[in-house]
Design a protein around this ligand. Sequence first.
Ligand code: 9D3
Length: 246
Amino acid sequence: MRIDIVTIFPEPVRSMLDFSIIGRARERGALTVEVHDLRNWTRDRHRSTDDYPFGGSAGMVMKPEPVCEAVEAIREQSGAKRAVYLTPQGRALTQALVEELAAEDALILVSGHYEGLDERARQLVITDEISIGDYLLTGGELPALVLTDAVARLQPDVLGSVTSADEESFVDGLLEHPHYTRPRSYRGLDVPEVLLGGHHEEIRRWRRQESIRRTWERRPDLLANADLDEEDLAFLAELRNGRGTD
Ligand code: 9D3
């Protein structure tokens, strides 16, 4: 997959992408990410990407020409069908949306600044508007990186074999069970006995129940869409009746 990011702050975005799993995935060619400076598509002497809002008010608006020309030029190169504008007004990013975007061959991400894009640029070249959550940041660079990270880890060969995609949170709609490693006892806190016994069916059931317990305690909203079998539902009923063994 290829992702092109358009920003007025290309250097910090590039340096973030050199790190860690994403950096190594790029080195191995499992993923291509190009970062473009929006200023490359300006034509005036000052290379302005923003201007005053018509009608007055505080703040600046991103000019339509550089954004439209950048997206059109990149689209020509990458063949991307979707150009995503990261904005607090967009639809919320969820794992379902990440999976949908991860299936594309190419994506263009546009990070906004100031009061955002001129409405015509949105109309002319943007196909999707996405927010990463209901809190305000100072720009769309971190959201573009968040989206890139979430989409990248679903590409073949990006993650090591350690993480099997179907054991993860959100796949069956539950939070993960607790994890333990050595030592068996730490500051008076012991690893649950069941994990030491090697009874795989018991371990599986314990993990499943702790998963359900955690989701019920922390994110009861997720239970409505979780993939639960009869045994799961029986355990959930126990929790709700105050009998969740603990
Ligand atoms: C003063 C009016 N602001 C909207 C309430 C304008 C505004 C504030 C902050 C416009 C952009 C931003 C910067 N944020 C993003 O570009 C952004 C964002 C976010 O702030 N939160 C969650 N997701 C996203 S995606 C892009």
